[in-house]
Ligand binder design. Structure first.
Ligand SMILES: Nc1nc2c(ncn2[C@@H]2O[C@H](COP(=O)(O)OP(=O)(O)O)[C@@H](O)[C@H]2O)c(=O)[nH]1
Ligand SMILES: Nc1ncnc2c1ncn2[C@@H]1O[C@H](COP(=O)(O)OP(=O)(O)O)[C@@H](O)[C@H]1O
Length: 187
C-alpha cells in the first residue's frame, strides 16, 4: 500500500506578547491564501477585534456545548479564559490538500501532537525575557494583573521549548514570516 501523503498541519505557539498575531498577519498579507484556523474563545474582544475574524467570541455556555458535542479538535484554559480549535474546518482544509496553520497555546499544541503526530510544532521565542515583557506591556491591551498572569504562563511555555520541532526567534517579523512560510512549503 502506498504511504498516505497527508498535508502538514502547522502549529504556532509561544508566550503571550512574543508576536504570534503580528507574524501571522504579516504572513497573510504576503500570502493571503494561507489559511489560519479561527478559534472559539470565552475571552472578551479587545478593541478592534471582530467576531469570526480574530476569534469566535462565545459565552461559557456556548463553549460548554462545543466541548460536549465534540466540535473542538483541542481546547485549553489559558490565563482565565478558554480557547478551542473548531475541528471540522481544519479537517475540511486538510482533506482538500491545503496547508493549515493553528495559533494556539502549549497545552493545545500538545493535544494536537498527540492526536495528529504528523503535525509540525513551531515555537516562537522572544529575543530575550525583557523584550517579551516590553512587548506584552507595550501592546497596552491588558491590565497589570492580566499581564502578570500571562507572564507566569510564559515561564511555563518557555520551559517547554524542547517539545517543539522547530524554534523561530522573533527578532524580525518579516524574517520569521518567511521562515514559517518555508516550513509550510508555501514559499
Ligand atoms: N489551546 C488553544 N489555545 C489558543 C487557541 N486560540 C488561541 N490560543 C492561545 O491562547 C493564548 C491567549 O490568546 P489571546 O488571548 O488572543 O492573547 P495573545 O496571544 O496575547 O494575543 C495564546 O497563547 C494563543 O495562542 C485555541 O484554539 N486553542
Ligand atoms: N519582531 C518584533 N519586534 C518588535 N515588536 C514586535 C515584534 N513582533 C511583534 N511585536 C509587537 O509585540 C506586541 C505583541 O505582539 P502580538 O502579535 O500581539 O503577540 P502575541 O500574538 O504573541 O500575543 C505588539 O505590540 C507587536 O506590535
Amino acid at each position: 500500500m502506498a504511504a498516505e501523503v497527508r498535508p502538514r498541519l502547522t502549529v504556532l505557539s509561544g508566550p503571550s506578547g512574543v508576536g504570534k498575531s503580528t507574524v501571522v498577519a504579516h504572513m497573510r498579507k504576503v500570502h493571503p491564501e494561507v489559511w489560519l484556523s479561527v478559534s472559539a474563545t470565552t475571552r472578551k474582544p479587545r478593541p478592534g477585534e471582530r467576531h469570526g475574524v480574530q476569534y469566535f467570541f462565545v459565552s461559557d455556555e456556548e463553549f460548554d456545548k462545543l466541548v460536549a458535542n465534540g466540535e473542538l479538535l483541542e481546547w485549553a484554559e489559558f490565563a482565565g479564559n478558554r480557547y478551542g480549535t473548531p475541528r471540522q474546518a481544519v479537517l475540511d482544509r486538510l482533506a482538500a490538500g491545503e496547508p493549515v496553520l493553528l495559533e494556539i497555546d502549549l497545552q493545545g499544541a500538545r493535544q494536537v501532537k498527540e492526536s495528529m503526530p504528523e503535525s509540525r510544532l513551531v515555537f516562537l521565542a522572544p529575543p530575550s525575557w525583557d523584550e517579551l515583557v516590553r512587548r506584552l506591556t507595550g501592546r497596552g491591551t491588558e491590565s497589570a494583573e492580566v499581564i502578570e498572569r500571562r507572564l507566569e504562563a510564559a515561564k511555563v511555555e518557555l520551559a517547554a521549548e524542547s517539545e517543539f520541532d522547530t524554534t523561530l526567534v522573533n527578532t524580525s517579523v518579516e524574517d520569521v514570516a518567511r521562515e514559517l512560510l518555508a516550513l509550510m512549503s508555501v514559499a
